[in-house]
Design a protein around this ligand. Structure first.
Ligand SMILES: [Zn+2]
Length: 398
């Protein structure tokens, strides 16, 4: 008899797992593993239930009919619909392909209205430090956002406008902020970051920049994974309510055979790879009692192929949800939370929480100057294109 664990976190959780197409997109649809259970976290036959998912439009735009029906997503499940601006931009930029026939503001909006609870505006992310290119991306993004708002049929769908933090200088952010600040008719803001190699302090500086602009609720943070960022996000949610963030890092079970160890918070803790169970034959039991591990033999995790990958991913997702739920409960005691973070995580996480406090108490400008040397040191590790390294002549005619 399968033991099913229900995770009833609907009013607390801020973490939104990204749906990554498995088995060519059909993995979430088909019953797998001898019909014992589904490789999902939302059907009756799943090993655990979690009521959130983020779906990216380009991954599902070819589905005929209702996406919810296709994936058997129940009505009470909260679906966040990302719009695919990045795919639009990268196809144009790196492949010279214009995919605006399949991904355009109106199509995205109609899909979101039919399938999603929350949708993201279709932005065109900046890709170069040339002002001319940057401005072009802003103009396209503004036009797309205006189109979506003007064609909105349903008020049931919440719609967020996209803020792009590009580069490490706030002069770029200021431009983008001014552009979206003028846009009316949206329910919140989704923040996107170009590079992902930053640290929580840098990330906190960008998010507190938004706080300084008056953002106090309905903020989504795109595609940032890892416990260090997440620990900062949960603290920040004491000051910005209804803060959500999505992550696909659990999928490393599939892609890299990683098995997240439960109860570990240290920065860069080496995690036990699924394959390494093979390399460590002395480990004969799974070190976890989640419903995925309880229902499956350790040998199933060691196999090659998508079955083991799916199990690893679902276990990782379960671990992530439980960890984040704990952070969500602890963060309400700010003093305790900071002590917990200091004892269990990389010092930069603790610094980022202090930075948040300082912005709240003394303002962004004051805090940013105090922390500039630390935030500044992040710049050297950033992965931004240097000024002048524009790859983009193709796009100038867009
Ligand atoms: Zn487990």
């Amino acid at each position: 008899m399968m033991k099913v664990m229900k995770l009833n976190l609907s009013d607390k959780a801020k973490f939104i797992p990204v749906m990554i197409p498995v088995n060519g997109g059909d993995g979430y649809k088909a019953k797998e593993i001898k019909d014992k259970y589904d490789i999902t976290w939302w059907t009756k036959n799943s090993m655990f239930y979690y009521p959130y998912v983020l779906v990216s439009y380009p991954n599902v735009c070819n589905i005929k009919g209702s996406m919810r029906k296709f994936f058997r997503i129940p009505d009470d499940m909260c679906v966040i619909g990302d719009s695919g601006g990045f795919q639009l931009m990268s196809n144009k930029l790196y492949k010279g392909i214009d995919i605006s026939d399949s991904i355009n503001p109106l199509k995205v909006l109609r899909w979101q209205e039919e399938n999603c609870n929350l949708g993201m505006g279709l932005d065109f992310p900046p890709y170069s430090m040339w002002y001319r290119d940057y401005k072009k991306c802003m103009d396209i993004s503004e036009e797309n956002h205006r189109m979506m708002v003007s064609k909105r049929n349903s008020k049931k769908l919440k719609l967020y406008k996209v803020f792009q933090m590009y580069g490490l200088e706030f002069k770029w952010a200021d431009e983008w902020w001014k552009m979206i600040d003028k846009l009316d008719g949206f329910d919140g803001i989704a923040a996107s970051f170009k590079g992902k190699s930053h640290n929580p302090l840098y990330m906190a500086s960008v998010l507190m920049y938004l706080y300084d602009k008056g953002v106090r609720s309905n903020l989504h943070i795109f595609g940032i994974s890892g416990i260090t960022y997440s620990a900062m996000f949960y603290y920040l949610s004491n000051f910005i309510t209804n803060l959500t963030f999505d992550s696909s890092s659990y999928v490393r079970g599939q892609s890299m055979r990683v098995y997240f160890l439960p109860n570990t918070f240290k920065y860069s803790t080496p995690l036990c790879g699924g394959e390494s169970f093979k390399n460590n034959p002395n480990i004969q039991e799974l070190p976890c009692d989640c419903s995925v591990c309880v229902n499956n033999d350790i040998n199933m995790f060691k196999e090659k192929g998508s079955k083991a990958g799916s199990l690893l991913s679902l276990h990782n997702l379960h671990i992530t949800i439980k960890q984040f739920d704990m952070l969500d409960k602890l963060r309400k005691d700010k003093v305790f939370y900071k002590e917990f973070v200091k004892a269990n995580m990389h010092p930069i996480v603790w610094e980022s929480l202090n930075f948040i406090d300082m912005v709240v108490e003394k303002g962004f400008k004051y805090a940013f100057e105090k922390y500039a040397h630390k935030i500044g040191s992040v710049k050297d590790g950033g992965q931004q294109n240097k000024v002048g390294e524009s790859k983009t002549n193709k796009l100038l005619d867009y």
